[in-house]
Design a protein around this ligand. Sequence first.
Ligand code: AG3
Length: 292
Amino acid sequence: MSIIAGRTGNMTIVGGMELHLWFIEDEPPGMALALKVKGTVHREKTDYQDLAVIETVDAGRALVLDGCIQTSDMDEFIYHEMMVHVPLCTHPLPEKILVIGGGDGGGIREILKHDSVKKAVLAEIDERVIAAAKKYLPNTSCKLDDPRCQVMIGDGFEHVRAHQREYDVILCDSTDPIGPGVVLFTEEFYRGIYNALKDDGICVAQTESPFFYGDLLARVSGALKGIFPIVKTYVTVMPTYPGALWTFTLASKKYDPVESMRVVDLETKYYTPELHKASFVLPRMVKDIVEA
Ligand code: AG3
């Protein structure tokens, strides 16, 4: 993560020069995403990663792990609604859901909007992420103490290995494939997920931006196609993620996400049933990646 002082704006005047603080997420070799910041709210090295919460000028508070923006008040609802409501409105009766990663709680908040859900398990390896979200991101983490939510601190891979045919829906709300997130993009992990799902279960994995992680998207899509009968990638926009065009990949044992979509009465800011279907209509460049 780089915090640099820029020369525009009107924040601090040092020696007659106006200075501003910007958070910069580098996308090597030649691009970066920048958010003007008011300051750092919290920073610590956890057992797993570098964790920061920053207060931005336009995007509210943001959680940053190992220099990568995970969630910001401005657009977290887009990511979380699309990750959750697409599979939960595809499955006819989603009752037991697992989120791997996702310690900020945004996925849990959206899952618990579904009345059918009896239990939502969060398997997060880094308890400091949960603690920071509860303290600094109240809007995102607001349902982590709900009686229907069970928080397990531990390895998501181990969790799926230990649970067979148990879940209706499993969501891989991972970081980028760096640090603790690497294992969550492996074929072995997806096999574990297949086994942890019931016979009509559905999995959704966040699969990054096609601009910076096209190879990864191709690999994940290929791996899932070797395991599940139905695999479809869908897209959304995420202004505070590098590349802005973002993908999720859905893998299903039985239900097709477009054919089997149910219209559910939900309070959302981004997701609609029309958008659910439309998000599976892929830009040519994404089609080329997942059909290769
Ligand atoms: N997890 C995926 C964030 C990926 C962002 N990548 C980046 N900034 N380079 C989000 C977790 C939200 N619950």
